[in-house]
Design a protein around this ligand. Structure first.
Ligand code: WT7
Length: 662
């Protein structure tokens, strides 16, 4: 893992301590670290009691008698939606805005806690009326609209389990997620606004449910929100309009409590095989950690701050930091439907100005693309409300970090770089803005109550200055409780690499990391066959299997190549079938296959380049050597080829590179 750009990173010497005023008014103080260190479990128990309302208080904090299956606060009972809604109204904050929603075409809605509570109660009654009961799964395939929050909270309120599928996923991807979860209901919209036009969703649901499989699908109803006003087909008896169904439904609904370990949601994410994993999160531990981190890492003052996380609700960041964290804390949060550049490239900054956003959370890819456009665009807006900036999803390079602070944060706002994953549920490594002396490019320190280490291949902690694998050494409240329907894969994927180390199995995150001399953590990217494109996780195996499902392809290998804007870009190498090779020019084949992958998985998985090759580099045992393909894709000198079965292959591949697709 030694690499010149990483060595440069490690020589980053700029330091940014918090200002005195910021520290004096900060929610989180250094005392949190000491408290958590003195007694980690007592710390989490106290935090949970402080931040949440427990219908039935817990007496037990953690049951780790059967690792890696953790149970947090297991004898306690709570209702997640009550915690995000009702109690704020009962506390007298019903008039506070919960969600400022901004539609892409410029329509907007500001929804108070009282209004959101009433809407969720009504939707909970509707779901019950449709026969949804606790433990059922509901798929949600919606644009970034307030009804996505309403749907998720209504599902949670009645103890059902939501599985939100990002609106950019294809019919095939949606169907496999519906099937895996056995969803009884799909909540969707006719369409949503993206890049200045309506992008249809209901037709994708229709297509998903019409796909021929070996077994019938589990969906009884499709509940359709009217948003895009695009024409849609209708299956009578199955399809229902959201607005029609809500007519006359009561706004009264009493939340009943569920056990802390009651499942809250599934969220599918890519792993190292072709099949996405349904990551399972439960209620009490998850809500505790998302509320704690949202409050302390963003220095949330809920009475005055306006918070905006730009992530779509279809990703974990949208779940934890657009919905559950902010609402559990009674915060005011912005939700934006569309893309950053519609209808003009200053759209995000216009939204910050309009709502006076003070806490802003986004991904390095977005920051880098704004950097490219130039600072004149944000400079044209009043961003003086900004107090704290957050980054998530991929390592943030020091240049982007400095630009973010200078241009968006007026040269003063602290930046919290937050490392976490779909599986961790909540932030794990991040600065506390009133405490930590910031280092551009490093996520820095484990949060209070979180135990992180960097291990070498043999499972020994590396000394300061060393590099290795990032692990979580103790269970944490928001940790995934498993992979839906596949406990074995859960154990194999995360707990087998460091199973026999002192102190019991360690959670292996799949990331490489280095510790600097101060023991601050620098993330180095994935060490497995998982790519990170614009902060979205994609599996090389999943894209390869989409490629070989096309009749012209014989073999495919996919790598993530370093990309200035998106972090990594997908580059595919394919061998065409012998009887097809003459029928398509490389340029035609490339266009065809890029479109095919987008159709199979979704536009986010469309390769940047598809290179038609005659051979792939393989070891004598037949394993594809991705490292060499990565060298080619990144335009580097090709590394050691001595283990190749045929060393001339690499020359052929470099010679045959087609020009990049536009
Ligand atoms: C992977 C998790 C966490 C929500 C968004 C992505 C990478 C995430 C950082 C960061 C460096 C990061 C890791 C991780 N990652 N945050 N601050 N610095 N890398 O969630 O799709 O589950 O992906 O994203 O590689 O393993 P995800």
């Amino acid at each position: 893992m030694s690499n010149p750009s990483i060595d440069n990173l490690m020589h980053e010497e700029r330091r940014f301590p918090p200002t005195k005023t910021f520290s004096q008014n900060a929610i989180a103080t250094a005392g949190l670290y000491e408290e958590a260190k003195a007694d980690r479990l007592a710390f989490w128990a106290k935090t949970s009691r402080e931040l949440l309302h427990w219908h039935k208080p817990f007496t037990q904090t953690l049951d780790w008698s059967n690792p890696p299956f953790a149970r947090w606060f297991a004898d306690g009972e709570l209702n997640v939606a009550y915690n995000c809604l009702d109690r704020h109204v009962l506390d007298g904050n019903g008039d506070r805005i919960a969600i400022h929603w901004e539609g892409e075409p410029g329509d907007s809605r500001s929804i108070s806690y009282a209004e959101l509570t009433a809407e969720v109660k009504q939707a909970a009654n509707l779901l019950t009326g449709l026969g949804i009961v606790a433990g059922d799964t509901v798929a949600i395939y919606l644009p970034n609209v307030p009804e996505a929050a309403v749907a998720m909270l209504a599902v949670a309120r009645i103890g059902a389990i939501h599985s939100v599928v990002f609106g950019g996923f294809s019919a095939e991807s949606l169907r496999s997620r519906i099937d895996d979860a056995g969803a009884k209901l799909v909540i969707t919209a006719d369409g949503g606004w993206r890049k200045g036009k309506v992008s249809a969703l209901k037709p994708v649901v229709d297509e998903a449910l019409a796909l021929e499989k070996d077994f019938p699908h589990s969906v009884r109803n499709v509940l359709v929100l009217r948003r895009g006003e695009n024409d849609v087909d209708w299956v009578d008896g199955r399809d229902l309009w959201w607005h029609e169904q809500l007519e006359g439904v009561s706004f009264e609904h009493e939340a009943v409590a569920f056990e802390a370990e009651h499942p809250l949601f599934l969220l599918y994410t890519s792993g190292t095989t072709g099949k996405p994993k349904g990551i399972l999160h439960s209620s009490g531990g998850y809500l505790t950690q998302v509320a704690f981190t949202h409050k302390n890492v963003f220095d949330l003052h809920p009475e005055t701050d306006v918070y905006w996380c730009t992530a779509d609700v279809g990703w974990i960041t949208g779940h934890s930091y657009s919905i559950y964290g902010p609402l559990a804390n009674g915060a005011t949060s912005v939700i934006y439907e569309g893309t950053p550049d519609s209808p003009h490239p200053g759209r995000w900054w216009e939204i910050i100005q309009k709502y006076g956003v003070s806490l802003f959370y986004t991904a390095p890819t977005a920051i880098r693309s704004f950097m490219k456009l130039g600072r004149e665009i944000p400079d044209a807006f009043d961003l003086s409300s900004i107090r704290v900036l957050g980054s998530v999803g991929e390592p943030i390079n020091p240049e982007a970090w400095i630009w973010y602070r200078d241009v968006i944060g007026a040269g003063t706002a602290p930046i919290v770089d937050t490392w976490w994953q779909t599986e961790t549920g909540a932030m794990m490594v991040a600065a506390l803005p009133g405490v930590t002396i910031l280092k551009p490019g490093s996520a820095q320190v484990p949060l209070p109550g979180i135990s992180i280490d960097v291990l070498d291949e043999a499972g020994h902690p590396v000394p300061p200055g060393g590099g290795g694998f990032l692990v979580v050494t103790e269970p944490w409240p928001a940790m995934l409780r498993g992979i839906w329907g596949d406990p074995e894969r859960f154990v194999d994927t995360y707990w087998s690499k460091f199973a026999d180390v002192p102190g019991g199995p360690k959670y292996f995150a799949g990331d490489g990391a280095r510790l600097d001399e101060d023991k601050d953590i620098w993330l180095l990217g994935r060490v497995d066959d998982v790519m990170n494109v614009s902060g979205h996780r994609l599996s090389t195996a999943e894209i390869e299997s989409a490629l070989v499902s096309h009749p012209i392809v014989a073999e495919a290998a996919v790598v993530g190549a370093a990309d200035e804007t998106t972090g990594q870009a997908i580059v595919a190498f394919v061998i065409l079938r012998a009887d097809q090779a003459d029928k398509h020019t490389p340029v035609e084949a490339s266009a065809l296959l890029r479109a095919h992958v987008a159709g199979e998985i979704g536009a986010i998985a469309r390769p940047k380049r598809v290179v038609v090759v005659a051979e792939l580099p393989k070891t004598r045992s037949g394993k594809i050597m991705r490292r060499l393909l990565q060298d080619v894709a990144e335009g580097r000198a090709i590394g050691d080829t001595t283990t190749l079965s045929d060393a001339s292959v690499m020359q052929l591949i470099s010679d045959g590179l087609t020009p990049p697709a536009s």
